[in-house]
Design a protein around this ligand. Structure first.
Ligand SMILES: NC(=O)C1=CN([C@@H]2O[C@H](COP(=O)(O)OP(=O)(O)OC[C@H]3O[C@@H](n4cnc5c(N)ncnc54)[C@H](OP(=O)(O)O)[C@@H]3O)[C@@H](O)[C@H]2O)C=CC1
Ligand SMILES: O=C(O)C1=N[C@H](C(=O)O)C[C@H](O)C1
Length: 242
């Protein structure tokens, strides 16, 4: 049985993942939270999942790499330098990083990419996300993932097109840009709406998460899959065959 260790095990996601490890019939290798010893876990787990905080990721990545233990990274709010460190670690271990482990969002990203590829830049793309009041990063990792999918559909990168949270005298919208807006409040698990707006018509592709278990199921599925993969950087699409 595959033993899965959790960085961030006492958090909202960590607890949901521990439940799904049991449902999947896998073994819970243990968990670490703030102040714990992340090295000890790498020695006893076959695979690690990180749903903690960006400031802890560098250490978790280095420890996984040194131990040769595959790692699933669900933590969001990562920097470009951290993405580069993930690319480097992927030379030695299997790493899967994603802003959203759910089947629904993985499929939505595919639909967004295809839609953006078919529509011209006269179709404005805006991404609106809503989350609970405790969320500390914005825009969400999922909004970024969906923005990357839209940009890829248009043959470019999100960093070329991204416009965050407009305010004040912004001027008219620049054609081809991808706008991002974030709402925070209450207990919203995670809603994402990708709007394609043209003159006289609008397409909206949305995903509404109603329970954290969808992310936890995906994280466990990814962990069980990546445990037997060779070194490399993987995506949820690889796990789900999408
Ligand atoms: N990819 C996906 O599908 C999803 C990703 N997420 C992301 O997962 C992350 C966690 O979300 P959520 O569970 O809601 O957040 P929580 O705040 O509920 O949990 C975070 C956990 O990380 C722990 N932690 C803090 N510092 C460290 C550290 N240095 N080492 C180890 N653990 C640490 C916290 O411990 P303590 O309480 O002791 O501080 C806490 O248990 C966020 O980045 C979120 O955006 C969330 C849902 C889905
Ligand atoms: O913090 C959360 O809760 C969530 N975070 C992820 C994100 O940033 O997209 C995934 C999900 O939307 C819930």
């Amino acid at each position: 049985m595959t033993a899965i260790g959790i960085y961030g095990s006492s958090g909202r996601m960590g607890r949901a993942i521990a439940e799904q490890i049991a449902v999947a019939g896998a073994t819970f290798a243990g968990g670490v939270d703030a102040g714990g010893d992340p090295s000890a876990l790498a020695g006893v787990a076959d695979v690690l999942v990180d749903f903690s905080t960006p400031s802890a990721l560098d250490a978790h990545l280095a420890i996984s790499r040194a131990a040769g233990t595959p790692l699933v990274i669900g933590t969001t709010g990562l920097t470009q330098a951290q993405h580069a460190a993930i690319d480097a670690a992927a030379a030695d271990i299997a790493v899967l990083q994603t802003g959203n482990t759910s089947l629904g969002v993985t499929l939505l990203a595919r639909l967004v990419r295809e839609t953006a590829a078919k529509l011209g830049t006269d179709w404005d793309i805006e991404i609106v996300e809503s989350h609970h009041r405790h969320k500390v990063d914005a825009p969400s990792g999922t909004a970024i993932l969906l923005g990357e999918a839209a940009a890829a559909g248009r043959g470019t990168t999100l960093s070329e097109l991204r416009v965050d949270g407009r305010a004040g005298l912004t001027g008219a919208r620049t054609e081809g840009t991808i706008g991002m807006a974030s709402l925070r409040g209450g207990s919203v698990i995670g809603d994402h709406n990708v709007v394609f707006a043209s003159e006289g018509e609008r397409i909206e592709l949305a995903h509404l998460a109603q329970d954290r278990s969808i992310f936890a199921k995906g994280a466990v599925r990814a962990a069980l899959w990546i445990a037997s993969q060779p070194p490399g950087r993987y995506r949820m699409g690889d796990v789900l065959g999408l």
